[in-house]
Design a protein around this ligand. Structure first.
Ligand code: ATP
Length: 371
């Protein structure tokens, strides 16, 4: 694998002062993340709100400075580059924001918004830039004459297309999208996902997509990194991860995927127990208070992300012995076997940690932790 972008033990803390009294609190938003993103892949970073994925995305493009660690792009450590060199490299590394309403300056015409990155990097003559704006508008499914209009004249999906055209304007090699479709109507999300996939092929891009659940990126991701409380807990080729997760947290994220096709109903969250507190993460495995498979070692020893073979890594003491429920490749829903296992799992999460009811017979039985 040729890595185009790599993180090495990347860290970012936020220190927040209490308003009147008390010690400042420290949030370890990203706490020692190492990963390699291959040229030309679609790499997804997934996890619940607050797990640090937006912070990681911003660190990867040095939109914010790290507290520690390195970010390597094309032989240079972005984390320690002087500002002027970093500005030059931004031509290669672009960001698509989550909210197409607040991320576009309402005072600027669409043409000026898309042209701005080209001007900033001294690309082309004014006439060449205008021609490129028209071309980019067509490529994202809008019309060249839209260049003279203003963002408020467009729908959310169209604004996100404008944001994508703007991100493409400087001819980047890597595009990072921070939940690029989650602010859009569900009916529009698939269209924008499809557009990103088409543009990736057309422009030879590497895509990094941040998502809070595994549904959105299911059909586009090449590999997936699952984050929990500032750490990557599982990293795997997408098809393998969906078919057979190795970390219990990944299993819960898979269980939250709506069974029916796009938008039929919102995803449920099956992760019960105390919500994660990034200020005071639990000892041992950070997921253990919510994990139905936790044993003593999970409460005391922090598992490290370990090579699990076949391009997979997992941070779970019990990864080798557990056999967790995947989606079994069923379309549009899960197979009956996977559905039954998810039902068992949901009950285990909601109640008795050691026993659960068989969804078909209603009999109480020990939960299965291996096949
Ligand atoms: N500027 C900041 N100051 C203080 N704390 C911050 C700041 N930015 C993020 N955090 C904290 O860092 C943690 C990770 O936040 P981050 O936004 O990266 O998570 P996320 O997984 O992207 O969540 P979301 O999907 O809600 O954006 C959270 O606890 C958040 O409150």
């Amino acid at each position: 694998m040729t890595a185009i972008l790599s993180a090495r033990d990347l860290r970012r803390e936020f220190v927040t002062k209490r308003p009147l009294f008390g010690a400042p609190t420290v949030v370890r938003a990203v706490d020692g993340v190492s990963l390699d993103i291959a040229a030309g892949e679609t790499f997804a970073i997934v996890g619940e709100s607050g797990c640090g994925k937006s912070t990681l995305a911003r660190l990867l493009l040095r939109l914010i400075d790290p507290t520690g660690g390195e970010v390597w792009y094309d032989g240079e450590d972005l984390a320690h580059l002087p500002a002027d060199r970093m500005r030059a490299l931004r031509r290669d590394l672009q960001f698509i924001f989550q909210d197409p309403f607040s991320s576009l300056n309402p005072q600027m015409s669409v043409g000026a918004l898309i042209e701005e990155p080209m001007r900033a990097h001294g690309i082309g003559t004014p006439a060449e830039r205008r021609a490129r704006v028209a071309d980019l508008l067509s490529r994202v499914g809008l019309r060249p004459e839209h260049a003279d209009r203003y963002p408020h004249e467009f729908s959310g999906g169209q604004r996100q297309r404008i944001g994508i055209a703007r991100a493409l304007a400087s001819g980047p090699k890597v595009l990072i999208g921070d939940e690029p479709v989650s602010a859009l109507d569900v009916s529009i999300q698939a269209q924008v996902v499809n557009l990103l996939e088409d543009l990736k092929d057309e422009f030879g891009l590497t895509l990094v997509i941040i998502a809070h659940d595994l549904a959105v990126i299911r059909h586009m991701a090449t590999r997936v990194a699952v984050m929990y409380l500032g750490e990557v807990v599982e990293l795997a080729p997408a098809a393998d991860l969906y078919a057979a997760p190795k970390h219990p947290y990944t299993e819960t994220l898979l269980a939250a995927i709506p069974v029916a096709a796009w938008g039929a109903r919102p995803a449920r969250t099956l992760v019960e127990g105390d919500p994660p507190n990034p200020i005071a993460p639990p000892p041992g495995c950070r997921f253990h208070p919510r994990c139905p498979y936790a044993t003593d070692i999970c409460r005391t020893e922090r598992p490290v992300l370990t090579d699990a073979g076949e391009g997979r890594s997992v941070a779970c003491h019990r990864a080798a012995e557990l056999s967790l429920a995947g989606l079994d490749g069923a379309e549009p829903g899960r197979s009956p076997a996977a559905a039954a296992r998810f039902a068992l799992y949901a009950r285990a999460m909601a109640g008795d940690p050691d026993k659960t009811n068989d969804p078909e017979t209603g009999q109480t039985q020990p939960r299965q932790t291996g096949d």
